[in-house]
Design a protein around this ligand. Structure first.
Ligand code: SGN
Ligand code: CA
Length: 539
């Protein structure tokens, strides 16, 4: 069905529902269900629908096969809680106020789940939110406190208060989701189900069933693993997210704290060993035994080789360790996605369900020698996005437009036949779902704030078009960078000072200024948010 006719049907049903509440029967309501699946820090490079180099993710790929793969989806501010605030409010960080992971989300704001709930949707959320407060507009939620943990997690729940559940977090979130679908779903209402994984967030702990397979693998190194950042300005050089220099030995590479002492390896951060304890220390005896069986021999080997390893060898070793755990923790996510999709198929819900799989941002998998995100450079700026919606999206569609997480709220409201509030800033992606890309935006706006803070990525904003990326780093520096995205796909050389690009710089600066006006951002707000940090003091 084309969308226009679809929306007519929805509108008709809506008005008949409103005037005839008491006589409504099951299945009268044809508005689509929405299953919004999101993982934390899941790089598009680690989904086989995007790239087969690192991992096979057959279930996430199924969404793309049955629907649409966006090749240029991106975020507005590449960090967890801000990205989620953008998703829920449909507004850039400078307007929704959640500029970083620290300041709490202002829950007096209207979010799209609240609007759907008011419009008659049943709503549920399971997994990671990371707001420091509970979501509004949900009939049911069980969320991880803060970042959550990989084993035997605590949950903050709507009904049972704070609970602790034994097991592996990714599987628990999947089980809660399936149980809700089976037991708590109201068949008389359409639903919004948010299925939000913690994995593959740092410290990247896989499910025990995946230890063996992934720790035996060797992964191809990215071409830019040994980047010395000479092609760009100060910000990249001063960031603290290099695999060799800034990764924790115990927390991240899973070297036992006592082996670090034996080998005389100092902690990277002063919470290096604490990070290990926080995660591995949470395992029960059985989980710990399964862990030691695999990670013990890795430590033994490292003990033998470490004294003779060069810096270059150490970098390569840390890259492999990182990828083994990061990708290993994605395996359970993909299996969980498969179980939820299977349930939707088996229960007959799939036909009228819009399914989204995305991440809260991208992630560096060794590109530029990095882990983490935050920068506007591609691997963290871009995010995976696959969507299926039978009857609206043709199977195996591909879209190359620059869509943003800003677009989710208005799009999902439109899908439900509800007009988004006028102050939401995103675009409606439904025409794109149907293959109509005419007149869609040709540039996106990005703004990152969390500085000074962990990883020390400086504040910056910028404009990205299909061809170029212009970035302004500000606050304690004032530097511009320009990348030619077509000629320099790995973003290794800023051409901001290259005389042949001066017309491009001038044009993009004008466009950037226009975007700042369009989205109601500007120097006054930049300064306001800098002052907030100054008042807070320290890192
Ligand atoms: C923690 C991580 C950082 C990460 C931030 C934000 N360190 O501080 O590496 O950048 O979260 O991540 S950790 O060792 O404590 O995990 S986010 O996904 O929540 O934005
Ligand atoms: Ca994240």
């Amino acid at each position: 069905m084309r969308l226009t006719s679809f929306i007519c049907v929805v509108t008709l049903i809506l008005s008949s529902c409103q005037s005839n509440q008491h006589t409504k029967k099951a299945n009268d309501d044809k508005r689509p269900n929405i299953v919004f699946m999101m993982s934390d820090d899941h790089a598009y490079q680690a989904i086989s629908a995007y790239s087969k180099k690192l991992i096979n993710t057959p279930n996430i790929d199924r969404i793309a096969e049955q629907g649409l793969l966006f090749t240029n989806a991106c975020v507005t501010n590449s960090i967890c809680a801000p990205s989620r605030a953008v998703l829920l409010t449909g507004k850039h960080s400078h307007l929704n106020g959640k500029i970083d992971n620290r300041f709490p989300f202002d829950t007096t704001q209207i979010t799209f789940p609240q609007i759907l709930h008011d419009a008659g949707y049943q709503t549920a959320m399971f997994g990671k939110l990371h707001f420091g407060n509970s979501p509004k507009g949900f009939d049911q939620f069980r969320i991880l406190p803060g970042q959550g943990t990989y084993y035997n997690p605590d949950f903050i729940t709507k009904i049972e208060g704070r609970i602790k559940v034994e097991g592996y977090t990714t599987d628990i979130i999947t089980d809660m989701t399936l149980e809700w679908l089976e037991k708590d779903r109201d068949p008389e209402k359409p639903f919004l189900l948010m299925y939000l994984h913690k994995a593959p967030h740092r410290e990247w702990l896989p499910a025990p069933r995946h230890y063996r397979e992934f720790t035996k693998k060797t992964f191809p190194e990215p071409a830019t693993l040994f980047d010395d950042y000479s092609g760009r300005g100060t910000a990249a050089k001063e960031a603290e997210m290099n695999l060799l220099a800034h990764m924790n030995w115990a927390g991240d590479s899973k070297i036992y704290p006592q082996l670090m002492d034996e080998l005389g390896i100092p902690e990277t951060a002063n919470w290096d060993k604490k990070a290990f304890e926080r995660e591995v220390g949470r395992q029960n005896a059985e989980q710990r035994a399964a862990w030691d069986e695999i990670y013990g021999p890795i430590n033994e080997n490292f003990k033998k080789n470490y004294p003779n390893m060069s810096q270059k060898e150490l970098m390569s070793w840390r890259y492999q360790r990182y990828m083994q755990d990061y990708l290993g923790s994605i395996a359970a996510v993909d299996e969980g996605v498969g179980e939820v999709l299977d349930y939707l198929d088996a229960s007959g819900l799939s036909d009228n369900t819009l399914v989204v799989y995305t991440s809260d941002q991208g992630f560096y998998l060794g590109e530029h020698g990095w882990f983490d995100k935050r920068f506007i450079y591609d691997e963290s700026f871009k995010t995976p996005l696959v969507v299926k919606w039978p009857d609206v999206i043709k199977p195996r569609s591909i879209n190359t437009q620059m869509v943003q997480n800003l677009d989710f709220a208005p799009t999902l409201l439109h899908a439900a036949g509800v007009n988004p509030p006028a102050d939401m800033q995103g675009e409606n992606l439904i025409p794109l779902f149907q293959g109509d890309t005419l007149g869609f935006r040709d540039a996106v706006y990005y703004h990152y704030y969390e500085y000074p803070a962990v990883h020390m990525v400086k504040r910056h904003y910028g404009i990205v078009t299909e061809e170029y990326k212009l970035i302004h780093f500000y606050d304690d520096i004032d530097e511009w960078e320009l990348y030619d995205r077509k000629k320099d796909t790995q973003e290794m050389q800023s051409v901001y000072d290259d005389p042949t690009y001066q017309d491009v710089v001038k044009d993009l600066k004008e466009k950037l200024a226009e975007l700042r006006v369009k989205y109601k951002d500007g120097e006054e707000l930049d300064q306001h948010y800098i002052n907030m940090y100054k008042e807070m003091g320290g890192k």
